[in-house]
Design a protein around this ligand. Structure first.
Ligand SMILES: [Zn+2]
Length: 386
């Protein structure tokens, strides 16, 4: 629902200045983004019709999205209903758990409702990018958890994202590393589309703007590393990141450089888009998501399920007990760090499964991260010292 003309465009500092390096694994994942798959999803999205509050197409699209995640084997799929203008509609939230920081989230989001037309570009383009990324990274381990969020009711005033921030994220103190919003990135048919706008928070409150700036620069670097697109940096406005940035969360986002003249019309269709451009944006999005969530190649690493390590009591008093099961290594490195990353305790143990105790009397009250690592295993849990 962008309505403002962009007036502030900055150039990007050189890649080397930012210290981010090319990752061959991320590049291979970006290359696996399939233009035919993206086009097929987009055609299905367009065929679903006008996705407005009182149109059954909106709910049908919700079901179509949910079905895709179910088909790929995602299990943590939440359909969060809320009321807008007396009508019930639904945000879809799909969570993939991280291996090292399961309680810290990279959110990638895009709205799936449309206005006056099928919305192939606004925002079928963002919707199918989320789907293609989710399809490909289902079994790729990431250190941070990822939430794929498909918001509804963006076009009637950012209602879906406002609902999520006010009623889901804030009450649970959701720990969001960065929110990556994708809205209208399908290009304008007949024009030269070779640049994507990377959007950063420049609005009050100002405390979160520097972090937004850093992530937006990283987004631009990922774009240059993993797609053939050029980048411009501008400010965030008029899309689902707004309720987040107003409440202090760190955001970044993508928006097309050549803004389509068919937005919010019956002609917002695939035929008026630039599909190879959308494919490049998909590749850039893949690189950025893997970078933000710190994906890594499995290469023999056994990333264990949350149930493989339990801590008790939590909150801990004078000690904490660690119970391990399903471990395959016989040498494990234990460490406890505070939230700034300072190591408070470390040791090597040479047992596999069972229960171990760590003396926590010397720890000050607060939250800590307990990690177990070996060449084959990475697992981490938070605990609180009373
Ligand atoms: Zn939009």
């Amino acid at each position: 629902m962008k309505a403002l003309i962009l007036s502030l465009l900055l150039t990007l500092p050189g890649i080397s200045a930012l210290g981010q390096t090319f990752d061959a694994f991320y590049a291979s994942m970006a290359d696996s983004c399939n233009q035919d798959t993206v086009t097929e999803y987009l055609q299905q999205f367009e065929d679903l019709g006008i996705k407005e509050l009182l149109n059954p197409a909106l709910d049908n699209t919700k079901d179509w999205i949910v079905q895709k995640y179910q088909n790929w084997g995602y299990t943590d799929i939440v359909e969060d209903n809320f009321q807008v203008q007396g009508v019930t509609t639904t945000n879809i939230i799909v969570t993939k758990t991280g291996t090292l920081y399961p309680d810290t989230y990279v959110i990638i989001d895009g709205h799936y409702d449309t206005k006056n037309g099928p919305g192939a570009n606004d925002n079928g383009s963002g919707t199918v990018i989320l789907l293609e990324l989710a399809r490909l990274i289902k079994d790729i381990p990431t250190e941070y958890s990822i939430k794929f969020i498909h918001f509804s009711a963006e076009e009637v005033g950012l209602e879906g994202s406002e609902h999520y921030v006010a009623n889901v994220a804030n009450p649970s103190n959701l720990d969001v590393k960065v929110l990556f919003n994708i809205d209208q990135v399908g290009g304008s048919g007949g024009e030269t589309n070779n640049t994507i706008i990377c959007e950063r928070d420049q609005s009050p409150p100002n405390g979160n703007n520097l972090q937004s700036d850093i992530y937006t620069n990283e987004l631009a670097v990922c774009t240059q590393l993993y797609s053939n697109l050029q980048t411009q940096i501008s400010f965030a406005y008029g899309s689902d990141y707004v309720p987040f940035m107003l409440d202090g969360y760190v955001v970044t986002g993508f928006y097309e450089e050549n803004s389509s003249p068919y937005t919010h019309s019956i002609n917002d269709s695939i035929s008026n888009m630039d599909i190879p451009y959308l494919h490049q944006v998909t590749k850039a999005s893949m690189g950025a998501l893997l970078h933000f969530a710190v994906a890594y190649q499995e290469a023999g690493i056994n990333t264990l399920e949350a149930s493989s390590m339990t801590l008790s009591p939590n909150p801990a008093g004078d000690y904490i007990q660690i119970t391990l099961k399903d471990m395959t290594s016989d040498k494990l490195y234990f460490s406890v760090t505070d939230l700034s990353g300072k190591t408070m305790y470390e040791s090597m143990i040479t047992a596999t499964n069972g229960t171990f105790e760590i003396d926590t009397r010397s720890l000050a009250s607060g939250t800590y991260l307990l990690k177990v690592e070996s060449p084959k295993v990475r697992i981490a849990r938070r605990f609180v010292k009373k």
